[in-house]
Design a binder for this molecule. Structure first.
Ligand SMILES: NC(=O)c1ccc[n+]([C@@H]2O[C@H](COP(=O)([O-])OP(=O)(O)OC[C@H]3O[C@@H](n4cnc5c(N)ncnc54)[C@H](OP(=O)(O)O)[C@@H]3O)[C@@H](O)[C@H]2O)c1
Length: 276
């Protein structure tokens, strides 16, 4: 569970533990992770271990993969949940836009890394947490890693990442089909989490803008994992346990790019990181 110490991720951790799962909770702040461990113990919930990882850093995700491989612990369910909308442009010490790495590149790196290490086995499930923000933007690789402050818009960056997650999910379903791994992409609606309070304070003040709590927001994640419903080929998004269209505006269908070209772009970022 990435981004599991707060917000929707934390709600998934509670639900999974209550359902008897063993959960690896990966998040950035060691302090928040130990507070979560203490809360879980106080609630009598067993089966969680924690991994400190800053998913804005390729090196940190690499280190997490190495630790998981050393433990040799197979994963049946991966929830790529970590993500943020950064109003201010944050460029990491690795030279990449922090939100690009946390919202998309780390998901690619972790998923492909677990598959390559045979830690995500046949019959496993991957759930990618996208956002309705992706509905406004097409797939456009050139807009994924914008590090020039003059060209930065937090909302646009987030929307491009979230669109790319939808495309990547569909691509993964195609290329990893033979491994028996199911990939789902869902959006949670607007849930009142610290992420929304931090990134969209004005939106949050609008009447009826936030319609749900974290439990309601994450419900479709745990439902997908528990039911593993069949889904047609092609672009789609799950929302409130139902398949919804991946596009609501005609302009977002226009792209010369594809899931394959997106994966190639993401792979190239990882290769460039290795070389540097
Ligand atoms: N809430 C909504 O209404 C909403 C709507 C649409 C989509 N979403 C999507 O749902 C996902 C979860 O959102 P949320 O609202 O639950 O977020 P949140 O309240 O900000 O919670 C984020 C969680 O992720 C962790 N995290 C954040 N950045 C991290 C990083 N770089 N490395 C490791 N851990 C990190 C946080 O831990 P630390 O504090 O330690 O960093 C925390 O555990 C995101 O992908 C978001 O885009 C949410």
């Amino acid at each position: 569970m990435t981004g599991g110490s707060g917000g929707l991720g934390r709600a998934v951790v509670y639900a999974a533990l209550r359902g008897g799962a063993t959960v690896t909770v990966a998040a950035r702040s060691a302090q928040k992770l130990s507070a979560l461990s203490a809360e879980l113990a106080a609630a009598g919930l067993k089966g969680a271990d924690t991994e400190c990882c800053d998913f804005t850093l390729v090196a940190d995700t690499d280190a997490l993969l190495a630790r998981l491989a050393a433990q040799g612990k197979p994963t049946d369910v991966l929830v790529n949940n970590v993500g943020a909308l950064n109003d201010e442009l944050l460029v990491t010490r690795e030279g990449l836009a922090a939100s690009f790495v946390s919202n998309l590149l780390s998901h690619y790196q972790l998923t492909e890394g677990l598959i390559a290490r045979e830690l995500l086995r046949a019959r496993s499930v991957v759930v990618n947490v996208t956002s309705g923000g992706g509905y406004h933007f097409p797939l456009l690789a050139a807009m994924l890693n914008v590090t020039d402050p003059a060209r930065h818009s937090g909302v646009a960056a987030y929307g491009f990442h979230k669109r790319a997650q939808m495309v990547l999910n569909q691509y993964w379903n195609t290329i990893h089909h033979d491994r028996g791994i199911d990939f789902y992409v869902m959006h949670p609606g607007w849930a009142d989490t610290a992420g929304v309070q931090r990134s969209l304070p004005r939106f949050r003040e609008l009447p009826n803008s936030i319609s749900r709590d974290a439990e309601a927001g994450m419900d479709t994640i745990t439902w997908l994992v528990a039911h593993r419903p069949a889904q047609p080929a092609g672009e789609l998004v799950w929302f409130d346990r139902k398949i919804r269209p991946a596009h609501v505006y005609a302009h977002t269908r226009h792209t010369t790019e594809s899931g394959q070209s997106l994966a190639k772009t993401l792979q190239q970022y990882l290769l460039d990181h290795k070389k540097s």
